[in-house]
Write a protein that binds this ligand. Structure first.
Ligand SMILES: CC(C)(COP(=O)(O)OP(=O)(O)OC[C@H]1O[C@@H](n2cnc3c(N)ncnc32)[C@H](O)[C@@H]1OP(=O)(O)O)[C@@H](O)C(=O)NCCC(=O)NCCS
Length: 180
């Protein structure tokens, strides 16, 4: 397991699936905001990677997020779009509603940075999030991510186009921040 200050990142367990389905996936509005793919119902037993996490795809590393103290499941995280030529990847995450606003998101970003830069020898990380997602923007910026641009009207979310913000972090910036 990867350990941060408050959370750990581990593999997806079978027991996680019903909780993630109920609290994250079946929240249609939340899914529309956090996932660029359109929502559709998943039958019981579905192996859909949005729930299961596809561990057969080398470009995608899915995690379940747990509290270090007690091990309670608090959400999901992923390093995805791993490009071993350009040594870049994207990060994404979603926390159970009851786990938001407690500093866990900021810690998840920190753990994913450690995994990407130290374990996976990557050079650049990127996050895309809706321009009104203050909690995600702050979680990223707290870890040194820089706003690189706005993709105007790039996301169709429940009946309207919204802007996405692209944030990036380079390993040398991360190392400077880690030492400071
Ligand atoms: C986005 C998300 C992962 C952030 O994690 P979190 O644990 O809630 O965030 P934190 O508690 O670490 O807070 C980070 C910062 O955002 C602020 N913040 C948290 N919730 C906020 C809210 N609802 N509105 C405004 N600011 C908020 C915190 O005050 C903190 O700011 P600071 O660094 O200036 O002190 C989490 O809220 C979540 O899962 N949201 C739903 C799914 C989602 O949006 N995923 C991201 C898709 S790209």
């Amino acid at each position: 397991m990867l350990r941060g200050r408050k959370v750990g990142l581990r593999a997806r367990h079978e027991d996680d699936i019903p909780i993630l389905r109920t609290e994250l996936y079946n929240d249609v509005v939340g899914s529309a905001r956090a996932d660029s793919r359109p929502w559709r119902p998943l039958p019981p037993g579905s192996k859909d990677p949005r729930l299961m996490g596809d561990d057969t795809d080398p470009a995608n590393v899915p995690f379940s997020v747990v509290e270090l103290e007690g091990g309670t499941l608090v959400g999901i995280a992923a390093l995805w779009g791993i490009d071993t030529h350009h040594r870049s990847a994207h990060i994404g995450m979603g926390l159970r509603p009851s786990a938001r606003g407690k500093g866990y998101g900021t810690d998840v970003v920190a753990v994913l940075c450690h995994y990407a830069f130290v374990v996976r020898s990557l050079h650049r990380l990127q996050i895309e999030t809706l321009a009104d997602n203050t909690a995600m923007l702050r979680s990223a910026e707290r870890n040194g991510f820089v706003r690189e641009g706005v993709l105007r009207s790039s996301a169709w979310v429940m009946g309207e186009f919204l802007d996405d913000v692209v944030l990036g972090l380079l390993i040398e910036e991360w190392k400077r921040g880690s030492i400071a």
